[in-house]
Design a protein around this ligand. Structure first.
Ligand SMILES: Nc1ncnc2c1ncn2[C@@H]1O[C@H](COP(=O)(O)OP(=O)(O)O)[C@@H](O)[C@H]1O
Ligand SMILES: O=P(O)(O)O[C@H]1O[C@H](CO)[C@@H](O[C@H]2O[C@H](CO)[C@@H](O)[C@H](O)[C@H]2O)[C@H](O)[C@H]1O
Length: 477
């Protein structure tokens, strides 16, 4: 149980990491020239090499860029074995002398080590494995649990244990307690019912600054992702002869209503846990200017936004004049249909981490709850537009007709979501048109940057939204 940064082999490892880490899905700065990768910290969690088992290290890699002063930190749990079982062959990072180094999150036995250490509330060389005070969790027997790594495209890496627990291992580490952990802890205190139960965490510090390595929750078995349900509903609507969305198979509007109510409940719980304030005067101007500042930062990255910049600034400026100010509080921060799960009895909100590219300070800022509502409004648009990208019009119809029907689907579901929200919150977000539209436009600008970096062939979705929301083209409502 010791720090291993002084052992000779990490130097070779740094070279190996340079050929592996930048190609991982969770590496945030793809395409940015890298100067070198160094080992920021490395803690040994287990060493069973002499018994023919693995050695497990919790390593943090610092990625130094050619043009940036501060490195980015990434968590890379490593396994080391003398010989590798066949199922781990595609996980190899480096072959060093007489051992093979590989991605530990593919190794069920090493994943179980993390789970066991959390259950025990262990501390290893400054890394704290924390078990939340949940009845029965610490005492539960975890030795025989299966462990499978999730294969979905993620910003982090999650491991599911026997459909009972899910461990999210944060990849890019930022200074401070991760808001995902912070908000889950606070919401548990106020008995919020629309989230998975927090069971534990892995926390520590690097260079004297706190970091969150991982978060353990109950796994919501038999649940469906909001994105899958919504896109299946769009698919069903476009497959039948023209009819109104609620008349087609797979109508999503009742679920959109329930989802709106669930989001409003979580907002009320967050207000109880952290309080609210109202922005007026200079603070309100700062909110409006912040939107324009983020637009200014986006423009060089997405030149296609330039023709809309003046219109966007005008919409953002209107926020500064809102009579009565804007009530703000802690919010989810990156809410979309991929962040909600329909469990058998209720909707759950997941991933309270905020926008992955923002700093922790930015992600813990307060906002109007309408910012999250705007995220969902945008997501209904995404679900509708996504299917169109591969849709082939049947004889007698056209892609324009399909586009109109998809937009009608989005409008119906947006309205249902807002009705559900109003049912709990007592006000309909649609009635706060200026603020809601400004947040939708801000989100569309963020998405334009996200898509440019991650999925350039999706860029037309947020760009079309910018044209619609600024009134340049008509949107079916
Ligand atoms: N508690 C949970 N129960 C079941 N599935 C979950 C749970 N939390 C997350 N998931 C699944 O894992 C996926 C990734 O989780 P998420 O927290 O969004 O990770 P990331 O921040 O890496 O994107 C989600 O899309 C969801 O399908
Ligand atoms: O889930 P993450 O926290 O990693 O969020 C990032 O990636 C999302 C895509 O995976 C991105 O969401 C955008 O695409 C979604 C469909 O794939 C859509 O439902 C969202 O409305 C849209 O914003 C999200 O913006 C980004 O932060």
């Amino acid at each position: 149980m010791s720090e291993t940064t002084s052992t000779p082999w990490p130097q070779h490892l740094e070279q190996a990491l340079a050929g592996w880490l930048p190609w991982q899905r969770w590496f945030a700065s793809k395409g940015t020239p890298i100067e070198r990768i160094s080992v920021a910290s490395c803690v040994e969690l287990v060493d069973d090499l002499d018994e023919g088992g693995p050695r497990g290290l919790l390593l943090v890699a610092a990625v130094h860029f050619v043009d940036a002063e501060a490195p980015e930190l990434y968590q890379v749990p490593l396994g080391i074995r003398r010989s590798l079982p066949a199922e781990l062959e595609s996980s190899v990072i480096a072959a060093l002398d007489d051992v093979v180094v590989y991605d530990a999150l593919d190794d069920a036995s090493l994943c179980r080590v993390l789970l066991t250490l959390i259950g025990r509330g262990a501390e290893v060389a400054g890394v704290r494995f924390v078990a939340e005070p949940i009845a029965g969790f610490s005492a539960a027997n975890r030795s025989g649990l299966t462990a499978r790594r999730m294969t979905s495209e993620q910003s982090n890496t999650s491991v599911v244990f026997a459909d009972r627990y899910i461990l999210k291992v944060f990849r890019r580490l930022a200074e401070g307690v991760n808001p995902d952990l912070e908000l889950h802890r606070a919401l548990r205190q106020v008995r919020s019912s629309h989230l998975a139960t927090l069971l534990g965490s892995i926390e520590g510090s690097i260079g004297g600054r706190p970091v969150t390595y991982a978060m353990l929750q109950t796994f919501a078995a038999n649940s469906a992702e909001g994105w899958s349900m919504a896109t299946a509903s769009v698919r069903d609507l476009l497959a039948v002869q023209p009819c109104a969305p609620p008349a087609a198979g797979g109508d999503f509007t009742p679920e959109a209503f329930r989802l709106g109510a669930a989001v409003a409940e979580v907002h009320a719980d967050l207000a109880t846990a952290f309080g609210t304030t109202t922005l007026r005067g200079a603070e309100l101007r700062a909110l409006s200017e912040g939107m324009s500042t983020r637009l200014a930062a986006a423009l060089p990255q997405v030149p296609a936004l330039a023709p809309y910049a003046a219109l966007l600034r005008r919409r953002f400026a209107e926020v500064a004049d809102l009579p009565g100010g804007v009530q703000v509080q802690r919010v989810h921060g990156d809410l979309h249909l991929g962040q909600v799960l329909r469990a058998p009895t209720r909707w759950l909100l997941i991933d309270f981490e905020g926008e992955p590219s923002a700093s922790i300070a930015q992600r813990t800022e307060t906002h109007s709850p309408l910012r999250d509502v705007a995220g969902m409004m945008r997501s209904f648009d995404y679900a509708a537009q996504h299917h169109l990208r591969s849709a082939t019009p049947q004889p007698g119809t056209s892609i324009e007709a399909l586009r109109d029907r998809a937009a009608e689907w989005a409008a119906h579901n947006r309205a249902a979501f807002c009705r559900g929200y109003a049912d709990v919150a007592g006000f309909d977000p649609i009635d706060q048109h200026v603020l809601l539209t400004a947040y939708e436009l801000e989100k569309a600008v963020y998405e334009a940057v996200y898509e440019t970096r991650s999925r350039p062939d999706w860029l037309d979705i947020p760009l079309r939204a910018v044209r619609e929301l600024t009134g340049l083209i008509e949107a079916p409502r």
